[in-house]
Design a protein around this ligand. Sequence first.
Ligand SMILES: Nc1nc2c(ncn2[C@@H]2O[C@H](COP(=O)(O)OP(=O)(O)OP(=O)(O)O)[C@@H](O)[C@H]2O)c(=O)[nH]1
Length: 253
Amino acid sequence: MTNTQVSLVQIDNYGPWTVTPEPRREADLQTMQSRLYADISQFVGNRGGYVFFTRFDNMIAVTNGLTLEDHELLQESVGNRYPVTLSLGVATGTSPVQALSDATTLVQNAGSAQDDSRRECLEGRTVDEPHRTDDDVQIAHFDVIDATGQYTDELNAFDSFIHIEQGYAELMRHMRHAHDSLSFFVGGDNVIVVCPDLEAADYEEAIRHVEDAVDVELQVGVGRGSNAHDAGFDAKHALETCRADGTRVELEW
Ligand SMILES: Nc1nc2c(ncn2[C@@H]2O[C@H](COP(=O)(O)OP(=O)(O)OP(=O)(O)O)[C@@H](O)[C@H]2O)c(=O)[nH]1
């Protein structure tokens, strides 16, 4: 059974910082946000986790395998190298949505996102040995079938983007409300979904739902593992099987 460890990463007091002493140049904010995301992705990824940029000021990570000491080191390292600091909430559970909700509550209870006195809080708990198992994390990797032929090579780049984003928006809402899962756009036509214990029929239903609602055709590979990388890597292999065999749903276990 899944036991997903989810970390909420929130930049402390970021809103006020972006306009103090006066509004900062947008390109500088975009550069800082994307470098911070890249750094956190490398730190978490080197330890087997995934982090998603989400809203950039709030990022969501799957951190099975990372300890609270790892989280502290991330805070220290970012605090030493960036003009902003991070607060972190960590929670675990069979439902990724519930785990994220608990992680969020921990950060919210420590203070407002725009409270100057709340800095570098670290709240929560991790899944530690001997409780870790090979199916703690379930990752589904969705992509749009033949996005290149349907959109990229056919429409202007912005209209392609609208189609892809519509598919993403419908999938993320449906997976959140019908299947207790967290979906994240990761570039191109790809969406990575952090799931509880779902079965092939659940993914088939979700794909049908998106096609009926917004006419975007998806395929999905699904993997399980003790951390996000292991589960996500199996999901990528399963997606390759979809591409090779023309199937819509492949589970790699
Ligand atoms: N983040 C991420 N992006 C990917 C991955 N694979 C493909 N992409 C992106 O998706 C875009 C489209 O690639 P594909 O999904 O292979 O192309 P397609 O035309 O949809 O073809 P099929 O998937 O075979 O139906 C690429 O340009 C990349 O931007 C992946 O594993 N991770």
